[in-house]
Design a protein around this ligand. Sequence first.
Ligand SMILES: [Zn+2]
Length: 282
Amino acid sequence: MLCDCHIHMVLDGENWRAAIARHKNGPDEVYVRKTLENYARLGFAYLRDGGDKWGVGLLAKRIAPEYGIRYTSPGAPLCRAGHYGGFIGEKYADEKECAALVRKQRSAGADFIKLMISGIMDFDQFGVLSEPGLAPEEIRQVIRIARDMGLSVMAHANGAETVIAAAEAGVDTIEHGAYLTREALEAMRENNVIWVPTLSTIGNLRGKGRFNEQSVEKILKSAMDNVALFASMGGFVAPGTDAGAWAVPHGSLTEYALLKQCLGERFEAILDRGTRELEARF
Ligand SMILES: [Zn+2]
C-alpha cells in the first residue's frame, strides 16, 4: 500500500500556470478523476493534499473514496500577504484575517490547515532561500490560531530558525525543511514533529538542465544527510513527493526511492512509523 503525504491535485508537474488555468471555471472534475484513477491503479491508498485556492483538492477529497483512497485536504494554503505562497494560497495581512481564513477553510471542508511560513530554495545557489521565514513570533501566532480551533497544521518551511519556531509552537508536519541544523532536527524530534522532506522536488531536477547541476546535487545531499540523521535520532519521517511541482508527476515513486537511498535497510520500518503517525493526525 502506497501513500503520498504531499501532493497538489491542482498542479500537473509541468507548467503551473497552464495547470491552474485548467480549473479557472471551477475544478476540472474530469482531470481530477483521471488523476485519482491513476493513483488507485498504482496502489495508493492515502493522499494528503498541500492545498490550492480553487477548491481542486477539496473536490478530490470528496470523490476519492470512490477510488478506494483516503484523501485529506487543507482547502487553500494560507500565506502572509507579500510573502511566498500567494500564487496558490489565500493571503492574510494580520492575525485577525488569518483567523478568519482558518475558519473559512474549516467550513469549506478542510481537514487541517496548511501554512506557508518561509520562501523556497534557489536551486542555482546552495544555501540560499528566496526569502527568509516569517518572524518567530508570527509563526507562533498563526500556528496557535489553527491549533486553538482543534486543527492539525502542515507547514511549508525551510531554514533552521523557521523550523525551530514552528516545532516549538506545535506544528504537526514540516514540509521540505531545507538547510536544517542539528538544533532544528532536535527541536522537531522533541516536539514530535513529522518531517516530509519532499526530496523528489530536488532529486527530480537532476539531469534536466534547468538549474545548476552541482547546486542541485549539493542541496539534495544536504537534505538526504539530514533525513538520515533525523531518522537515527528517532524522528518521524513520512513520504511526500510534492506531486504537481515541476518534474514531479502525480503517481511518482521517486520519494520512496530517494528515502530508501538515505535510510538504508530500515527504510520500510521508519516510513511505516512516520506514515502511521501522520495519518493519525491528518
Ligand atoms: Zn507543496
